[in-house]
Design a protein around this ligand. Sequence first.
Ligand SMILES: Cc1cc2nc3c(=O)[nH]c(=O)nc-3n(C[C@H](O)[C@H](O)[C@H](O)COP(=O)(O)OP(=O)(O)OC[C@H]3O[C@@H](n4cnc5c(N)ncnc54)[C@H](O)[C@@H]3O)c2cc1C
Length: 521
Amino acid sequence: MTWGNSYDVIVVGSGGAALAGALAAAHRGLSTCVIEKTDRFGGTSAYSGGSVWLPGNHVLERQGVEDSVGAGLTYFSSLVGEHTRPEVQRAYLETGPVVADFLENTVGIPLEHRPFPDYFDAPGRSANGRSIFAGAISAEEVGDRLTDIRPMVAADQFGIELDRSMLDGGQAWIARMVLALDATGNADLMLSTRVTELVQDESDRVTGVVVAGPAGTPTRIEARAGVLLAAGGYERSAELRRTWQDMPTADWSSSHPDTGTGDAVSLAQAAGAALDLLDQSWWCPATLFPNGHAAFTLGVRAGIVVDETAQRFANEMLPYDRMGREMRERMRLGHGDGFWFIFDNRFGDDLPAICVPAPDRAEMSEAGLWHTATDLAGLAAAIGVDAEQLTETVRRFNEFAGRGKDDDFGRGEDPFGRFFVGAASPEPCLLPLDGARFHAVRLVLGDLGTKGGAVIDREGAVQRPDGSVIAGLYAAGNSAASVAGPVYPGPGVPLGSGMVMAYRAVSDMAGRLSAADATAS
Ligand SMILES: Cc1cc2nc3c(=O)[nH]c(=O)nc-3n(C[C@H](O)[C@H](O)[C@H](O)COP(=O)(O)OP(=O)(O)OC[C@H]3O[C@@H](n4cnc5c(N)ncnc54)[C@H](O)[C@@H]3O)c2cc1C
């Protein structure tokens, strides 16, 4: 096969990490190619809330949030510890403000901070979080590119038509980054083109990729400076999940079935990369829908979660990854995956939580995923759990509610749980279940993507098991083993760490390219 086109930088994928890396390349004047295998840009990043966790950045300062890189690093490293290398943690934290500055002041993406507390009570925690978001953008401004942007998850996977006149959150990030790339004049963006192989020369240096385009003919594309794998994780590969995660199904991930199929991790592995954290995901509780997909569920305001023994097992107001880990542990201990969210009708029979998207009670009931009864015995019979135990679990919880203290799991004691209730103390987080009707909604262990993949160094370069670097190969986002290890420290760490490590990868490529050019001349 001869070379087709030639670029300085090839970026595989088109989520947050990929597009941030592509912008860093194109804005340096490097010829850049973004290759996306589906017919839409954005991957899971387009579904996301768009929170990007970058401590100590100028946007926080502008909005009066007291923070620093040092405080962020104290917090992050106290949680992640030795699970990942300190120099990579520092690289993420220290480059975060540089990337925020680049995106707003060089690329021109308006940024804003929105409060969302950090997820752990640890030194250096920020009550307001460290999240920045791309400003919302109108469909009019996005223009013809709108149809190229993956829609929100509600429309894309649940068939719910949504107003798309304004794009916010992850939608705004993807749209703004695609437009910004177009504006550089240095980037080719390909859809429906899948990278199937990495090309390596005799010294094992990665010099390009093989793609299968819409016509299906394989073509080689050259990368003079390097290839950045930013093609997401393997959450949608049933086989890889069985191998590495022992999960009952890949269907409950929040990503699109065609996106996170594990191509990047397989490509990296074939090139000789070390892999790590393969048993890890960004976990979350998820509401099971009649179509078999599961919807990210967070921000519990009332109710309890029980397993098949009708017992609580965790503080239901934990940050979602921590609650997901409690569910996973429960499953590891031999309990099934039959979790139920039990609540009463105090919120007008609606789910007292944020579910992306919100479920339709009638459709859920018809599918046996939502049951309603006027007493707990009836509800227990409907969901197949022991009625006496369910009654006792609710009695005990109501007793805690009466005293304003959850002796079992400390619910309401942490600011994160209180954030969604809008409470300053635990009491409003402990509402008794004593309404005229009781509901049970089926919950499963879902995720926002896997976080195991290629081991990278502080420049985002992919390493072999012996610690040497595979020249020309870089990884970021969910294609790389996460710098956060088995921890989800705060809102926006998946996108934030992915975007920063992609930026660093491209900076490294650019430095090596100019050094090589200088030697050649
Ligand atoms: C509802 C929801 C809300 C969330 N909110 C947040 C949030 O606010 N903040 C946050 O940080 N995280 C959030 N997350 C998690 C976050 O969205 C993901 O972890 C993150 O987007 C992953 O980014 P990525 O760039 O690694 O991959 P992706 O965004 O998934 O992009 C990967 C792309 O690569 C493409 N690809 C795969 N293989 C190939 C191939 N062989 N050739 C070419 N292309 C390929 C895929 O099709 C896909 O488009 C949320 C997730 C969900 C579901």
